[in-house]
Every structure is written in structure tokens, then in C-alpha cells.
Write a protein that binds this ligand. Sequence first.
Ligand SMILES: Nc1nc2c(ncn2[C@@H]2O[C@H](COP(=O)(O)OP(=O)(O)OP(=O)(O)O)[C@@H](O)[C@H]2O)c(=O)[nH]1
Ligand SMILES: [Zn+2]
Length: 368
Amino acid sequence: MVSDGAGNSGRKRLTRKREYDEDDVRIRPGRSSRPRTRQRPKHSDALTGFVIAVDRGRYTVWLPDQERSVTTMRARELGRHGVVVGDRVHIVGDTTGDAGTLARIVRIEERDSTLTRTADDVEGSVEGRQERVVVANADQMVIVSALADPPPRTGFIDRCLVAAYDAEIDPLLCLTKADLAGPEALLDYYTDLDLPYVLCRPDRPLDLLLAELSGRLSVLVGHSGVGKSTLVNRLVPDADRAVGVVSAVGKGRHTSTSAVALRLPDDVGWIVDTPGVRSFGLAHVTENSILHGFPDLVEASTRCPPNCDHTGAGGECGLDMLVAEGGADPRRLASYRRLLALKAGDDPNRFREDIGAGENDPGEQTHG
Ligand SMILES: Nc1nc2c(ncn2[C@@H]2O[C@H](COP(=O)(O)OP(=O)(O)OP(=O)(O)O)[C@@H](O)[C@H]2O)c(=O)[nH]1
Ligand SMILES: [Zn+2]
């Protein structure tokens, strides 16, 4: 069943808040209290916050208790450990956030989730398949898709779903341009999924979407032209200014294409915009994880013979039986197998598709 976004308030969990701590398993008190982590004595004065922007070796850290952001660098003791947007960190030094100051990140907390993509900037090479962390600790992936102009691409959405389920991040379908076309055809394709969605159009308020974003760290993904920038600007009217402030304490204007976290008005939650990320490669996702991106199909795999590759080539695949019985949409099985083939094959178009150039992709389906 596709469920309306408004009816899903029961599944909320709050961003930046873990109920348990690995060091001392006690339930944590309220939102603004400091995490009780075991701190080394020399960093007993460390403040905790999370990374909202990364720009050329400078990390902007938001301190929720102090309600301010601070420009930081990594302390040497972190070694090669990467720091990405969404990371919860401990900082020391000059944490006033005053112009020209630079604090130090001395500790990175364990991540609740890690959204990675296979880098697509070095096409076809081994380096091109390296994993890059897009965002840490996101608890929701907002898949922004237009209902028309451009028509929705289920191949793109399915690929995002695989990445979301693989990273254990809840997906939310955000359907823009609902003033141009209805969602029926697209929702029909996802009818067997318990996939929450919201409709957005310019002449209506974004209340339903805001309710879904409330209390969470949500990462927005979408390909060019779907209206993601329009959405971000509506959600965070002073987004440009906020980014400008971040850059002012760093090194000039913010021109990087990396992710940046933006605080929603009234502190109801955070969104992470990912301007440089068009889609997700599958190199780091196992075949099994791809199947888990299709919750409507996964159960039928218990009927498969041992070591079934689910391609259907060997016959007897439980997924084919499910579809034959009318238990799943054949287009969903086709989409799953398309992703399997992309992963398995040395398809030279793989990277092209990752960067969103798949308009002419023969396997791509559009609905609109
Ligand atoms: N009719 C209609 N047009 C919209 C809507 N949202 C955005 N647009 C238009 O769609 C076009 C693309 O919007 P953007 O916000 O720039 O899209 P984007 O996803 O950020 O695309 P890039 O900037 O290429 O990454 C613009 O001309 C918008 O005015 C909508 O809900 N309805
Ligand atoms: Zn099978």
C-alpha cells in the first residue's frame, strides 16, 4: 500500500538523538542535553555538534546547545578518518564562532547511517568506483521527482530506493509539479510498497512535506529539472544567506558542489541538499541489498532454489512465480533485474546513467 504522507506521523524518530550510548547504556534525556560519551580528560571541555558544511578542509559545525556555528579543522589525532556533513563531532579550542577563529574536531561519534555513492567523476576507471560518503546520520531520503516536465523516471527512483534501504534510511517520495500531472500512474507502479509520499505544487503550502521533515535529518536527491532548488528555496527561504554565512567564516563564497545541511525555520529539522549528487552507483551494494530495495519482491526469494541469481535465466526463480501469480507488478521485477544487470555487467553506460544522462537509456521507464 502506498500511504499518504499525512498519515505517517507514528514512524518519526528524532534526528541527532540516539536512545542509547555505546559507552553507558542508559536512556538519554531530552533534546538539548549533551551526550554522555566517555571523554578523554584533555578534551573534557569539548562541545558537541554536527557538521553542516565541508569546504576545502574547513568544517562548519553547528552547536545546538549554543545555537551557533563554528568553523573548524580536523585535529591531527583523527588520522585519516573522514568527516562528512551530518557527522556528530566534538570540538575544542576557540569555539566562539567569531570571525577568523578556527576550532578543532577531536572526536567523531559513531554514525547511525552512512549514505554512500559510487563516485562517478572518473568514468570507467577503478578510482571511478570508489565509494564516497554523501552524508552521515541521515534518517530520511527525500526522493524528489517531478510528475511531468520531466516525467518521472522509475529507474532513477528504484536506484535511490536501493541506496536508501541499503543505508537503512527511510525513503520519502516527494512528487513535484503536481499542478501539471496527477500521481496516479507513478503511484500505481509503487502500489505494493509501503512508500510514503507527498505532493508539491507552487500554489499550495508545503505543510505535509514539512510534517514529514519534522525532527529529522533528511537528505534530498533528485535529477536536474525536477524542482529541487525550488523546493529548497521554499523550505528555507534564507538558504542562500545561510550558505553565505557559512562561507564567510571559511574561505570566500560557497562554490563547492558538496552536500550542505540547512536548518528548517523554527528548528523543526534539517535538510541536506546534494547539488553534486545525481544518483547512486551500485558498485558498493551487494546483489542481496539490491533485492532489499524491492520489499514487494524480497519475500518470494524464499521460494527460490539455493544460490538462485534471480535473473530468471535458470528458470524456477521465486520472483517469476510471484509475478505469474499476480502477487507483484511485472514492471517491478523488470526494474530489479535491470539493476542486477547493471551491477553484474561491464556496461559502459553504467556511469553515464549514474550521472543522470539516462534519458535515452533503453531500459528506462518513464511514467507521466
Ligand atoms: N509547474 C511547476 N513548475 C515547477 C515546480 N517546481 C519547479 N518548477 C519549475 O521547474 C524548473 C526547474 O526547477 P529547479 O528548481 O531549478 O529544478 P532543480 O531540480 O533544482 O534542477 P537543477 O537546478 O537543474 O538541479 C523551473 O523552471 C521551476 O520554475 C512545480 O511544482 N510546478
Ligand atoms: Zn530467484
